[in-house]
Design a protein around this ligand. Structure first.
Ligand SMILES: CCCCCCCCCCCCC/C=C/C(=O)SCCNC(=O)CCNC(=O)[C@H](O)C(C)(C)COP(=O)(O)OP(=O)(O)OC[C@H]1O[C@@H](n2cnc3c(N)ncnc32)[C@H](O)[C@@H]1OP(=O)(O)O
Length: 719
């Protein structure tokens, strides 16, 4: 939909009207085509302004249309017609001009932007390229290097940066539409030939071939298997080397491949999944739209180890007053220094003043008496956390929300230590907490919707993607990680090496394979948990068989490394060897290979050839099976929650949509069949036994992922 008005006598004003972001739906495109014709046919109209309603120019093509049959006037001829118009067309950019929205503006003869507007071509993040002429016009307008940067990263730029690039002609602090109308009147009689970007030559630096080679190499290195960034480079290369029409033909060919690709489906699914997790619900029926958060002005962080420091920085950077408490004097001194450094580096990067004055440090828990919300981040030990919660409950205002950054302990047990258990929730951050986007907000049986809504809102304010999940061991992320890690160890026992398992997972798209990741996190972390759980045995002669614990197959390999002081990067030895403690360059370790040989010989295990498929299927399908159990148990409300957690918290490749979306892509019947196969081969590994919900979904004809919630509801109601 679009509206036409004549302003100041001679300017035709076309206003895009499609809330919330004026996306270019079929109806909007039809409106633009019709209203451009009208403006060109009215003799009194000398120039045209295109703007968007509600202070938003245009959020791009309507992503919802991509999955179905496209109808309505196509975008490319529509933009060509605007560029070919005999009267000047001015884009009045307020709010945003993104993707197809910016491509529309590039088809106009002039662009006026509000100083607070942002523009960009983020198609790459949706598995596409700027396929409505953007890949051909942008390099002609702003040059190849800047266009490559914007198109391959998809980053949004401010109006000021856009002006510097020459992407917009003018910026204003005033009413952009009024300024654009006046501008349109001024240029009404100006010749237009030089304003048609498609006719411009593409100005290239002398070493353009080297530039493309370097960018292509960088993109291949960082894309982790994503195809869109590579196609983006190819499209810009076409702009630099071919005449406009041939470049457009190349853009079309590349876009046709991307448009129908599984990666584009996955990335577009993920776009909506990120937004869906904000519409949280709890099994009690409480929901995001009926639960009001309470404002938080002052927060506290208890415990300034690695996590506490990151959380403090995230809060202070977002403008919250923070009381940061650490009872150990030496640790407090170190933390102060580290936090200041983090704040200063962050502020330098963002060109702002460091928020050092937002933090008050203390050694005494009494200093949190007047805060609105506390995040406890002490060592992962239930007895210690219980004590802290008892103290907090005695010290804080009765209305204070008490949150724990535990990565998997029982929130309910902590809530029971307090006067107001309904104000207790988990806020599980991921390291480094000031960088990682994910926050699991964990509700226990007693947590109130008010507490969940407040933690979710706080997460949003500090720039996190918050996902509400139920209370169980490991919550969603770490609970699913357990079978994944377990399978990786079993694969070593059966003949694989850490290098091979990691290589397969990294080729799949993980930033790091499971063993490199474990070395980075520290092998001692999981070891301490297994010791506390009575799984890892300090003395192997103490009764239980080494490879069977609590009635199921167990691999003590990780425990054996820890017993030798091999904790990973921090000790310079783990699944790999490192030049020195703290070094990040993992090298294969011959000692580890002999250790595995000896271990297999000791337990009469015959190494067999493990291929790529087996590594992927056993690691990923066991994790996905746990994901289905989590849905069945109501710990996550839907598959989107799990997928968002895995992409943002565990480096699952975004172009594969997340583990649950991946299962849907592979085919649920195939996942079920392979799990059955592996469970038959390993009946002592319960995580390989296909869960009820997976069977039910397959029996229901493997509905698309958007319909899983209906089946989940039925399964839960039967339990
Ligand atoms: C057979 C082969 C054929 C091949 C050839 C095919 C040819 C096809 C040619 C097509 C050429 C197309 C080229 C152009 C492509 C594009 O334009 S792709 C889209 C590019 N735009 C974007 O990526 C922008 C995406 N949106 C955002 O980044 C943000 O939403 C925002 C605009 C910055 C606003 O942010 P915020 O204020 O935080 O609000 P949100 O919560 O994110 O969004 C509000 C709701 O709006 C929905 N939404 C946003 N953008 C779009 C969109 N472009 N389309 C549809 N819907 C959109 C968003 O989902 C939110 O709604 P809910 O999900 O209901 O909450």
């Amino acid at each position: 939909m679009a509206q036409y008005t004549r302003v100041s006598g001679s300017v035709g004003l076309i206003t895009l009207q499609s809330p919330p972001v004026n996306a270019l739906s079929a109806a909007v495109r039809q409106g633009i085509v019709d209203l451009m014709q009208r403006a060109l046919s009215e003799p009194e109209v000398k120039s045209v302004v295109i703007c968007g309603q509600n202070g938003i120019f245009c959020g791009g093509a309507d992503i919802k249309e991509f999955g179905g049959q496209m109808s309505g006037p196509p975008l490319i001829p529509m933009i060509h017609a605007i560029e070919a118009a005999s009267k000047p067309v001015v884009a009045a950019i307020e709010g945003i001009a993104l993707g197809g929205g910016l491509e529309l503006a590039l088809g106009c003869h002039y662009r006026i932007a509000h100083s607070k507007a942002r523009v960009g071509l983020p198609e790459v993040t949706l598995g596409l390229l700027p396929g409505a002429g953007g890949s051909q016009r942008l390099p002609r307008l702003i040059g190849v290097p800047a266009a490559l940067d914007l198109i391959t990263t998809g980053r949004h730029v401010t109006a000021a940066e856009a002006l510097k690039f020459g992407l917009v002609d003018q910026i204003t602090d005033h009413n952009t539409v009024n300024v654009a109308v006046k501008f349109a009147q001024r240029v009404a009689d100006q010749p237009l030939d030089a304003r048609r970007i498609s006719t411009h030559p593409c100005l290239c630096p002398s070493d353009v071939a080297v530039l493309f080679e370097e960018v292509m190499q960088r993109v291949r290195r960082t894309a982790r298997g994503a195809i869109a960034p590579i196609a983006c480079v190819q499209a810009v290369r076409a702009a630099a080397t071919l005449p406009y029409n041939q470049g457009m033909e190349r853009e079309r060919e590349l876009m046709a491949t991307l448009f129908t690709s599984g990666q584009a489906r996955a990335l577009q699914y993920f776009f909506f999944a990120q937004r869906a997790v904000g519409r949280w619900s709890m099994p009690s029926g409480a929901r995001w739209d009926t639960s009001k958060p309470r404002p938080v002005h002052k927060a506290a962080v208890i415990g300034l180890g690695t996590m506490g420091r990151g959380i403090t920085v995230a809060l202070a950077q977002a403008g919250f007053s923070v009381v940061a408490v650490e009872t150990q004097e030496k640790q407090l001194m170190e933390a102060k220094q580290a936090i200041s450094g983090m704040l200063e580096r962050g502020a330098k990067r963002r060109g702002v003043a460091p928020a050092l004055d937002k933090i008050n440090y203390g050694r005494n828990i009494q200093s949190v008496a007047d805060v609105d919300l506390v995040i406890e981040a002490v060592f992962e030990d239930m007895a210690l956390k219980k004590k802290v919660f008892q103290q907090l409950s005695a010290v804080c205002k009765p209305s204070t929300f008490l949150c724990s950054n535990t990565s998997g302990l029982d929130i309910d047990q902590l809530a029971c230590q307090t006067r107001n258990p309904e104000l207790v929730v988990g806020m599980h951050f991921f390291a480094p907490a000031h960088v990682m986007k994910l926050l699991e907000v964990v509700y226990g049986p007693k947590s109130s919707p008010l507490a969940v809504a407040t933690a979710m809102q706080l997460g949003k304010k500090i720039g996190k993607v918050s996902v509400a999940v139920g209370n169980c061991r490991g919550f969603v992320g770490n609970r699913m990680l357990k079978p994944y890690l377990e399978q990786a160890l079993f694969l070593l026992e059966e003949g694989a090496t850490p290098e091979f398992v990691d290589q397969v997972l990294e080729e799949f798209g993980f930033a790091m394979g499971v063993f490199r990741m474990s070395d980075l996190s520290g092998l001692d972390v999981g070891w301490k948990v297994r010791l506390a759980d009575g799984l890892a045995m300090p003395d192997p002669t103490m009764g239980q068989p080494t490879r069977l614990r609590q009635g199921r197959r167990y691999s003590p390999l990780g425990d054996l490394l820890c017993e030798q002081g091999r904790f990973g990067q921090k000790t310079g030895r783990g699944w790999y060897q490192y030049d020195k403690p703290g070094s990040q360059v993992a090298k294969p370790d011959p000692w580890l290979h002999s250790f595995l040989d000896e271990y297999r010989a000791r337990h009469a295990l015959v190494a067999h050839r493990i291929d790529h498929q087996e590594v992927l299927e056993r690691c990923l399908y066991s994790m996905i099976n746990e994901g289905f159990r989590i849905l069945e148990d109501g710990i996550a409300a839907g598959p989107e929650d799990i997928d968002v957690i895995y992409v943002f918290g565990y480096s699952w490749p975004r172009h594969r949509g997340g583990p649950m979306f991946y299962a849907a892509t592979v085919g649920l019947n195939k996942v079920l069949e392979r799990l059955e196969h592996y469970y038959q081969a390993h009946p002592d590994v319960p995580s390989l036994q296909p869960c009820h919900l997976l069977r039910k979904l397959v029996a229901s004809g493997s509905p698309p992922i958007q319909k899983w919630r209906e089946v989940i509801k039925k399964v839960r109601s039967q339990l």
